[in-house]
Structure formats: structure tokens, C-alpha cells
Design a protein around this ligand. Structure first.
Ligand SMILES: [Zn+2]
Length: 306
């Protein structure tokens, strides 16, 4: 009996030590887990901070990548003209019933043109002018902005005056076609526009203000590099053709074999157009339209004040 008591006491002692040790072990584990959790928490806090820091960098880089890609695409589009002779037929100062005749000729030849239109012409030209705008878009030509009022002594008096006029033609074209044309040609071209700004606004700074604002708004300004001189009836049909073809020919020996041919919305231009097309085709040139990121020619290359 006494022996049994001793044995039981001994077992009780052993059991309690074992249980106590087990509990001790459990609390050790909990302590360890808590420590580990704290370390994980600290680490994930660091990762979160790192993610927060990296995220804007990633979006800045992907923006940079997109703009570089756009530049690469633009270079690819332009580089073509180093080997592929191309003419861009451009028609300023429309639209009118002449534009409809120009469109007919282009259609017969399966050629697309670029039309730099004038607001007052569209508004005062009756149904023909409005029909022409509709056809330019429907038949796959490029509708481009020239001015609402083709008045140098109004639009070149200040940046505000220019954009008051510009916004008016942009709104008119948007209303008529639903489009926002992005190609712009300044009335009389960039070189003369700068002179007009000196004369009417008192400073060439106004010219640079206008052009840099156009670019800031996402527009592309394009002049011409072949002048047919069809703005005056003194030139005559034969000379319009000769000016276009000989001018285009000079572009073939340039780095970029691209001829941006300036024509106007006139009766003589209508008469000369088939001759221009045939002559330019004989030079081995194809025809394209002016687009953003494509071929650009400008008398004043800078888009910011130098
Ligand atoms: Zn013009």
C-alpha cells in the first residue's frame, strides 16, 4: 500500500512536470509565432512602401514607353519617303463648287487629297460648299484647318485673336462632320505668318506663341514645299502644271522624296489638276494625304521661340 502511494505520487509528479513543460512549450511557441508575425508585418509594411514608391515610376515609364513608341512609329512612317517618292496634293481656301470638281477629278484618279478649309467660304458658299465638306470626309480625303476668316490683319494681331478665329473654324467643322481635324496650315504659311505677326501684333513672339499653343493642343502645322502659284489667275493653267511638276521633280533629289504641293480652290486649278496628276505620276511618285506623325514640311521649323 505504501509502495503504491509512492508510485502514484511519483507518477503525479512526472505527469505535472510533463504537462507543465508542455504548457511552457506552447507559450514559447506562441511567443515565437508572435515574434515572427511582427517580423512579417514589418516586412510587408516595407514592401507596401516600396510598392507605393514603384507604382508611379512604373506608370511614368509606361507613359515614356508609349511616347517613344509613337516617335518610333512616326520615324518609320517618315523614313519611307527617303526611298518612296510621294506627292501630297493640298487644296487651300475652299470649299466651293470648285471643290466639288476637284473631288470629281480625284475620284476618277483614285487619289486622296488634303483640304485646308476656310470658315467664311463654307458659310457663304451655299449648298456646294457644305456638300464639298461632306464629300471630303465621305470619300476618304483629309479635312484640315486653315482659318475661319482668311484675314491676316485680324488673325495675326494677337494670340487671342488667332485662337478666337481658330476655335470658330474647329467648332464649325466639328458641328458639320463630328470630326476634330488635327492638321493645320497657317494662312500664308509659317514664314509670312511670322512677318504678319511682326506687322500686326508688333512682335514675332506672337507667331511662336500661336504655334507652340497649337502644338500644346495636339495639332500639327504643315506648310508646303512646292508652290503652283495658282493663287493668281496671272499664272495660268499651263504654268500651274509646270510649277507643280518641276517643283515635285526637285524633291526627288532631296533626302525625303516628298512633295507637298500647294494648290487653291480656283477655276484654273480645276483645269490644271489632271495635268498635275499626270505629270507627277510620270515622275514615279505616288500620292498620299497629310497625317499626324507623317511627313511634315515647314518654312519655320521651330515650334517654340528659339
Ligand atoms: Zn490660304
Amino acid at each position: 500500500m505504501r509502495f503504491l502511494c509512492v508510485v502514484l505520487t511519483f507518477l503525479a509528479i512526472v505527469l505535472s512536470i510533463f504537462l507543465g513543460f508542455g504548457m511552457y512549450n506552447d507559450s514559447k511557441d506562441i511567443e515565437r509565432f508572435e515574434k515572427e508575425a511582427a517580423v512579417f508585418e514589418e516586412q510587408s509594411e516595407l514592401y507596401r512602401a516600396e510598392i507605393n514608391e514603384i507604382t508611379p515610376k512604373i506608370s511614368a515609364l509606361s507613359e515614356e514607353k508609349a511616347s517613344l513608341q509613337a516617335e518610333i512609329d512616326a520615324i518609320k512612317r517618315r523614313i519611307i519617303y527617303k526611298t518612296q517618292p510621294t506627292a501630297f496634293l493640298t487644296f487651300d481656301d475652299g470649299t466651293s463648287y470648285h471643290t466639288l470638281e476637284i473631288l470629281d477629278i480625284l475620284k476618277e484618279n483614285n487619289i486622296k487629297g488634303t483640304f485646308f478649309v476656310v470658315g467664311t467660304q463654307i458659310e457663304n458658299g451655299g449648298t456646294a460648299s457644305k456638300e464639298a465638306i461632306k464629300r471630303i470626309v465621305e470619300e476618304g480625303h483629309v479635312l484640315a484647318i486653315h482659318a475661319y476668316e482668311h484675314e491676316y490683319n485680324k488673325i495675326y494681331t494677337s494670340k487671342e485673336a488667332y485662337f478666337e478665329d481658330f476655335d470658330k473654324i474647329a467648332a464649325l467643322l466639328k458641328e458639320m462632320t463630328g470630326l476634330t481635324p488635327k492638321i493645320v496650315r497657317l494662312p500664308s504659311g509659317t514664314y509670312s505668318a511670322r512677318s504678319f505677326c511682326e506687322r500686326y501684333a508688333g512682335s514675332s513672339d506672337v507667331y511662336y506663341d500661336i504655334v507652340s499653343e497649337l502644338y500644346a493642343r495636339g495639332y500639327t502645322v504643315i506648310d508646303w514645299n512646292v508652290d503652283t502659284e495658282d493663287y493668281t489667275t496671272a499664272t495660268g493653267v499651263t504654268n500651274i502644271i509646270n510649277n507643280a511638276v518641276s517643283g515635285a521633280k526637285t524633291r526627288l533629289s532631296r533626302e525625303y522624296k516628298a512633295a507637298v504641293i500647294l494648290m487653291h480652290d480656283t477655276a484654273d486649278t480645276v483645269k490644271a489638276l489632271q495635268g498635275v496628276i499626270d505629270g507627277v505620276k510620270d515622275l514615279g511618285m505616288g500620292f498620299e494625304v497629310l497625317v499626324q506623325g507623317g511627313y511634315v514640311t515647314r518654312q519655320i521649323a521651330e515650334t517654340e521661340k528659339p
